[in-house]
Design a protein around this ligand. Structure first.
Ligand SMILES: Cc1ncc(COP(=O)(O)O)c(C=O)c1O
Length: 393
């Protein structure tokens, strides 16, 4: 990707650290086996790789229980497992207007079947921030689940999951956090924030390959979650019922072990950098982008101005250009890769007022973006905003 700037890290991170590719090649060339499916060394080693990944993830999110981590193929699958697994007919759910379709759509399916009730909690139209007090006010005696998108994939807004977790705990509602845009960018402590269910991808800021993700299930809650799928686990195979113990209860079928090999290498890379350093990098890029774009007239940048309230995911609009046009010009004339549209989060666009105009153009930066990348993106946006202003004059 010489001379091209990848600014679509909110979709998936690119490039990945070289160690990730090496680990996947090693797996493919030397291990190859399916974990738990054989008694020979390679199958045992593959099983140990899965365990190592669970240990690394448990340490990252601060749970003492690696087996509380269930591998999935992406964040959507983890969210579906959490939502469909925990909800029962008649339940009430609280969710925010900043949710991604991987939360909105499972909830809408259950709503359409008249099986649940949902209260949608509004976010501030400028910042995208949800007031934890509004979540408290939305709770009902039979609220079973509260769903919060930790980091918006539209505005970059980071919600106060610590405050919301306290509220859920004292009410007795399960707290589901979608950490798709925050894990790897900032510390997440499931114990401190009283998170019951944490869904996340392995392929975004965790720097692992596509096809990886996980759901953390607070120990003790697993028996309240119905598995979505049943099948072989390589354990208690004589029994026709799905095992009840973790993580086998939710992991039927062969794993994406080659992807998990990459994820394990990525998690070691993250540990070697340190999450605090990665947060500082994300905030430095955000600050540079916000400072430099603040004075560009004809350019709108959505979301919070305070870098402590956001990740480096920016929705922008240039006056006179549609989102898709802007993204096309950024690629063809400047080699900058962005994503235009509604970004699978229609209510978030409704919140910021961009649902009727084709959405926004999103630039999202990651651990391997540099200050120079930011400067080139800002220069391109500046040039386009100026030429649009001149054309409109
Ligand atoms: C906030 C949010 N939640 C969930 C998802 C779904 O993630 P995945 O593509 O891993 O299923 C995304 C993906 O962009 C996201 O941004």
């Amino acid at each position: 990707m010489t001379d091209r700037i990848y600014a679509d890290n909110a979709a998936t991170s690119f490039p990945k650290p070289p160690e990730v590719m090496t680990a996947m090649q090693n797996y493919a060339a030397h291990l190859g086996a399916s974990a738990g499916r054989g008694a020979y060394r390679e199958a045992i080693d593959a099983g140990e790789l899965l365990t190592e990944g669970r240990r690394l993830l448990a340490r990252l999110i601060n749970t003492p229980s690696p087996d509380a981590i269930v591998y999935t193929h992406n964040c959507s699958m983890a969210l579906n497992l959490a939502i469909h697994g925990i909800l029962r007919d008649g339940d009430h759910v609280v969710a925010t207007m900043m949710e991604h379709n991987s939360v909105l759509r499972p909830l809408h399916l259950l709503l359409a079947e008249n099986r649940i009730r949902v209260t949608w909690v509004a976010a501030d139209s400028r910042t995208g921030i949800v007031d934890p007090g509004a979540i408290r006010r939305a709770l009902q005696p039979d609220t079973r689940l509260v769903c919060v998108n930790h980091g918006s994939n539209v505005t970059g807004t980071v919600q106060r999951i610590d405050a919301i977790g306290d509220i859920c705990k004292s009410h007795g509602a399960a707290f589901l956090v979608d950490a798709a845009q925050t894990i790897g960018h900032m510390p997440i402590d499931v114990l401190a924030a009283h998170v019951d269910l944490l869904a996340f991808p392995g392929h975004k800021a965790l720097m692992g390959p596509l096809g990886t993700g996980a759901l953390y299930i607070r120990p003790g809650l697993e028996s309240d979650l119905r598995p979505l799928l049943q099948g072989g686990t390589g354990s208690i195979s004589e029994q026709p019922e799905q095992p009840e113990f973790m993580p086998d209860r939710f992991e039927p079928g062969s794993h994406n072990a080659i992807g998990i090999a990459g994820l394990v290498a990525a998690l070691k890379w993250i540990e070697s950098k340190g999450i605090d350093a990665l947060t500082a990098h994300d905030r430095a890029l955000s600050e540079r982008f916000l400072d430099a774009t603040a004075s560009i007239s004809g350019l709108k940048v959505f979301g919070p101005n305070d870098v402590a309230q956001r990740v480096a995911v920016f929705s922008v609009a240039v006056e006179g250009l549609e989102a898709a046009e802007l993204a096309a010009i950024l690629e063809s004339e400047f080699g900058i890769l962005t994503r235009p549209g509604i970004h699978c989060a229609p209510f978030a666009h409704k919140t910021i007022g961009t649902d009727q105009c084709g959405g926004t153009t999103r630039l999202s930066f990651g651990a391997l973006n540099t200050p120079t990348d930011i400067d080139r993106c800002v220069a391109a946006l500046n040039e386009l905003a100026k030429s649009q202003a001149a054309a409109n004059a």
